[in-house]
Design a protein. Structure first.
Length: 549
């Protein structure tokens, strides 16, 4: 579809020209922890106890793992009918605000954070629904001018208000409603009660059969597909092509689609063909006319920032263009720059429909956006609180080979000379070998410490450190790297390891970080290194939990 045809269709969309009702972020070491998990659960306040107790009784696939094919638009897929019936009983709250629906393998949460921040900077009332959470379930529902997690009081009060209707629906559905479905309905109902102008909605799994995919064309301002990768492969049909089909299920009739990318050509073709069949205009952040440039890194308030230019040109006449120079992003890495460009495209798309969004609001929104556990550096005070004064500790919830590559690229660009220690824990449904292969390519990698954590508060999906070790040893063999085995931090093998890798078998998450810090400081007291805690958002949660403790 030609650009001008796309834009004409965009301007003719339902609800176009609505104005803003208010004017106005090769030496290596392995640590093999004992077979015990580090709990990441954060006790909620007593005020929220009835809500959390209720949710704990529901089926939670984040704990048990998603069934094969559950995200596909097939007989194996989740039943969206029960979600629609639940929302109908709640008065269809999803029809009382304008939604931006986001799907994709990676980058959904960051793109949602960028776009929500942009909309708030303009003065809109914004609700954001995302998953998973890091420390508290309240993080999944953000509201207010600062995008704060919903308060325990507000969430509890609203849940109790609609609990009788939820109970009735749970009974009618014979107990089949899941925790994610109930939480999605509560979020939509709360957004309606708060009279938000926009709700930025992140799909949980896939798109076509995700509980969030109950939005109709009239509810939707735009859809976004960030990218396509192999995470949740079995649940989404077993191939990149089936994943693309599942995620393109969020495209709605005559509603604009924003693509992040870049995509493999045949995968992008699947998505664009679906958009064409739905008469949906497509705006791509990866089109040749658009350019995003990472220019360098700086430090502000003890935190690194990346300096970027974002130059987008889709259609000048309708103001679907912008030139932003020297944007300082708090979220680091070329992948986060791509997410920022995708969110900016979505903002321009909304502006093309008549919503007021100034260049200043877009810039401020991008620069203020942040997200727990994504390229998050602990402050010097936080590192000291953990017992590691002077240590540089980076938290990143990367858990696929694609996100591992993005993490590694960011580190190489921002800290090209730094020595690295990895502290890794993962869920059992991830590609451990692929993850290891990517991170083993880090040139200054000193140590990989393998430990264990609970996944969503349970052991069911936890990968044992011994199982992780097998994957890393296999990756070492493929990479031609040798390794040695150590039992304690003071093991003499550390001192005479020369160029060989070390396999260190000891303790818990905190013992892993302690060992990594020892490795980085052992050479004449040098601290030119970074401890990277990664492999899962749940290990990030555990570190942040230690700070709270």
């Amino acid at each position: 579809m030609k650009i001008r045809s796309i834009v004409r269709l965009l301007t003719a969309l339902p609800h176009s020209r609505q104005r803003n009702p208010i004017v106005a972020a090769k030496s290596m070491t392995f640590l093999d922890a004992p077979r015990r998990a580090f709990s990441t659960a954060l006790p909620e306040s007593q005020e929220l106890k009835e809500f959390t107790d209720y949710m704990e009784k529901l089926n939670n696939y984040e704990k048990t793992g998603v069934p094969k094919g559950a995200g596909t638009d097939s007989d194996d897929g989740f039943d969206l009918g029960r979600m629609r019936r639940l929302l109908h009983n709640l008065g269809n709250p999803q029809s009382k605000f304008k939604a931006v629906h986001i799907s994709g393998t990676k980058g959904k949460g960051s793109t949602a954070a960028f776009l929500s921040s942009i909309l708030r900077a303009e003065g809109f009332s914004v609700g954001c629904y995302s998953s998973p959470h890091i420390r508290t379930i309240r993080e999944r529902i953000t509201l207010g001018p600062g995008g704060e997690p919903v308060s325990a009081k507000a969430l509890s009060s609203h849940f109790l208000k609609i609990k009788e209707l939820i109970d009735m629906t749970v009974e009618l559905e014979e107990g089949q409603l899941t925790q994610f479905e109930i939480l999605t309905a509560v979020a939509f109902s709360l957004f309606a009660e708060e009279k938000v102008h926009f709700a930025v909605i992140e799909a949980g799994l896939g798109g076509a059969r995700d509980a969030t995919n109950v939005l109709t064309s009239s509810d939707l301002a735009a859809s976004i597909i960030t990218n396509i990768g192999t995470d949740h492969l079995a649940a989404l049909g077993g191939s990149l092509e089936s994943i693309a089909v599942a995620k393109s299920g969020i495209i709605k009739e005559q509603r604009p689609l924003v693509l992040g990318g870049p995509f493999l050509p045949h995968i992008e073709r699947i998505i664009r063909d679906k958009a064409l069949s739905m008469r949906s205009p497509v705006i791509s952040a990866s089109d040749p006319g658009n350019r995003s440039v990472l220019k360098g890194f700086s430090t502000a308030c003890d935190m690194p920032r990346q300096l970027c230019d974002i130059l987008l040109l889709i259609e000048r006449d309708l103001q679907l263009f912008i030139e932003l120079f020297d944007v300082q992003l708090r979220l680091l890495g070329s992948h986060q720059l791509q997410n920022a460009a995708t969110a900016t495209c979505a903002a321009l798309c909304l502006r093309g429909q008549g919503w007021k969004l100034s260049e200043r609001s877009i810039r401020v929104g991008l620069e203020c956006a942040c997200l727990l556990g994504r390229s998050q550096f602990l402050t010097s005070k936080e590192a000291e609180m953990l017992g590691f004064p002077g240590a540089t500790i980076l938290l990143d919830g990367a858990h696929t080979k694609e996100s591992a590559q993005a993490l590694l690229t960011m580190i190489k660009m921002a800290f090209p000379e730094s020595r690295l220690v990895l502290v890794v824990a993962m869920a059992n449904d991830k590609d451990h070998l692929g993850f290891a292969r990517v991170l083993l390519s880090a040139g200054c990698l000193e140590a990989v410490c393998l430990t264990e954590i609970d996944i969503a508060g349970e052991r069911f999906r936890t990968t044992s450190s011994s199982s992780l070790k097998e994957s890393w040893i296999q990756a070492c063999g493929e990479n031609g790297a040798d390794f040695l085995e150590c039992k304690t931090v003071k093991d003499e093998l550390i001192e005479r390891r020369c160029t060989k890798s070390i396999l260190f078998m000891e303790g818990s998450l905190m013992a892993s970080i302690k060992f990594g810090n020892h490795i980085l400081t052992a050479k004449s007291g040098s601290k030119n290194g970074i401890i990277v805690v990664t492999g899962s958002l749940h290990i990030v949660s555990a570190v942040l939990g230690s700070l709270e403790g």
